[in-house]
Design a protein. Structure first.
Length: 332
């Protein structure tokens, strides 16, 4: 089944000229500040015109950081620091999924309710560079930050990670996910590596990498990181994605980044490998509904007296009575 598209936005194209001779088929998708050609030239020039830092690599591309302000060849009109996600689209690739990443990022970065929770998008364009067809997504780069995974790991190694920091991160994360969820975007790959933490001057959370994002309610092939997916979705071929998928990912992240305790979900995600997966999944099935319900109440508070509120109240009473029966049985 083809992936449902986001509603097309009014794409802000520039009257871009063709960049350097190494580039052909230059197609601008988004360029509100008319800087796409300059950025393409900067990418081609590489380290001769800017300081280039490799930030990460994924299954379909890589992310590089460019510091134009650190060289005498600083390009006038360009941001002093920006990140570029480069995706090789030469192989067979789902065009709708590819476009969804750009549409979702445009929509969230221009929406007043979500703009503070995603990196600012500067430009997006396709080009053939040295005979390779590529897509470039140019966005804000925060040199005073790190992924949530690296941030928590660093504080743990220093021995200064505590409940207060965890609580602050949890609060910021829930606000960010709530905003994007209310905007109708389901990320599908929420995990500590796709959450960016900025600590200077104030603690901020940014959601990154919308490569698997779909509109809420889309029925699409299952995708994402296994450890953060809902258990009953993992073995499906297709699934209708809604807010419940975001909620489940959020509580798993909250557990995973919690201060060290004897709990498998609170270890780094790399430890959740073959021999631990059954035990982790069993714990998710047993403890998951209670924690997921708690996160759900935070993300979407129930209306007092409403149908959802009554359903949750009945659910809590049922769990309490079930626990009470277990205790009575164990005493016997």
């Amino acid at each position: 089944m083809p992936i449902k598209k986001f509603l097309p936005l009014e794409i802000k194209n520039s009257n871009a000229e063709e960049p350097t001779e190494r580039v052909s088929n230059f197609k601008v998708l988004y360029d509100p500040s008319n800087i796409a050609t300059k950025i393409m030239d900067t990418i081609v020039a590489g380290s001769t015109q800017s300081k280039v830092v490799q930030l990460g690599r994924g299954a379909f591309g890589y992310v590089s950081g460019y510091m134009t302000s650190y060289t005498p060849h600083s390009s006038k009109g360009l941001p002093s620091e920006f990140a570029v996600k480069t995706i090789d689209i030469t192989p067979t690739y789902d065009q709708t999924l590819l476009d969804n990443e750009v549409y979702a990022h445009i929509y969230l970065s221009e929406n007043p309710a979500t703009t503070e929770y995603v990196p600012k998008l500067y430009a997006a364009f396709d080009a053939v560079l040295d005979s390779i067809k590529l897509r470039f997504i140019v966005m804000e780069w925060f040199t005073n930050g790190a992924t949530l995974y690296n941030y928590v790991d660093d504080l743990r190694k220093k021995g200064i990670y505590n409940v207060e920091i965890h609580g602050a991160l949890k609060e910021k994360l829930i606000k960010a996910v709530r905003a994007t969820m209310n905007a109708g975007v389901i990320h599908r790959d929420l995990k500590p590596q796709n959450i960016f933490v900025i600590w200077n001057p104030d603690l901020q959370i940014k959601i990154i990498d919308f490569g698997l994002a779909v509109p809420k309610g889309s029925t699409v092939p299952v995708a994402g990181t296994r450890q953060y997916m809902r258990p009953h979705v993992i073995n499906k071929t297709e699934h209708t994605y809604n807010k419940a998928n975001n909620i489940h990912s959020v509580w798993r992240i909250i557990y995973n980044i919690a201060p060290p305790l004897n709990h498998p979900l609170k270890r780094p995600v790399e430890n959740m490998v073959n021999n631990e997966e059954p035990r982790v999944e069993n714990m998710v099935n047993n403890e998951g509904p209670r924690i997921e319900n708690m996160v759900n109440n935070i993300l979407e508070p129930p209306q007092v007296g409403g149908k959802r509120s009554r359903q949750r109240l009945r659910s809590r009473r049922h769990r309490r009575s079930k626990s009470a029966r277990r205790r009575r049985t164990s005493r016997k």
